[in-house]
Design a protein around this ligand. Sequence first.
Ligand code: HEC
Ligand code: HEC
Length: 170
Amino acid sequence: MIRFSLIATTLTLAVSAVEAQQSATLPDGPGREIVSVACTQCHSLTPIVQLRMGEQGWRQAVENMVLRGAQVGPDEIDIVSSYLADKFGPGVPFTNQNSVEVHLKNGPGANLVEGTCGLCHGLDRTIDVKRPPEQWPAIVHRMVEIGTPLDDDQINQVIGYLQANYAPNQ
Ligand code: HEC
Ligand code: HEC
């Protein structure tokens, strides 16, 4: 008797661990049902759960997908965008992502880049490609638009830092 119930318990635990892993892909919350149906018609959830953006960034992505044919009604865009920003927003940790250690060059603004530019993707993505100085403002403003927490003064510091340290031939 005892032995049987132990086996049964072990099996139940194993099954619920698998279930937990699968449902972990999309955490509970208002909007989850819409996302799980409307956002899996053309691709898996992978491109979604691997991305991090604020509300504005997700809204743009959702509107872009609606133009391609995603079945999200006009009155559902709010709830879907807030669900995605809440569950896959800046700073929400990634699972199974190899993190590359990055040593930024010293200089004013380095701490801001370190603190904010790794919240949605690896810091390596920020500085992998050296860019002509005139390209950095547009990139940084785009990152702020989709959810990087920087005020105007900090934006200028970050742009100055990247222009000074991560331009070609440096
Ligand atoms: C009608 C087909 C279709 C549906 C439905 C759809 N997508 Fe997409 N999605 C695409 C295509 C095609 C791409 C690849 C092209 C691209 O990256 O612009 C894509 C790419 C993406 C990407 C990756 C973009 C990047 O820059 O890496 C995200 C995120 C995404 N979709 C989110 C969503 C969300 C959220 C939903 C549900 C609201 C959704 N998709 C529903 C067609 C669709
Ligand atoms: C709120 C999430 C978020 C934060 C925080 C963030 N990024 Fe991004 N970043 C993205 C996304 C999403 C993409 C890819 C889609 C896009 O380019 O819109 C991206 C792409 C990039 C790219 C590649 C762009 C290209 O055109 O090749 C660079 C460079 C970059 N980010 C730099 C930065 C820098 C610098 C910071 C800090 C100031 C930063 N990111 C902070 C979300 C973020």
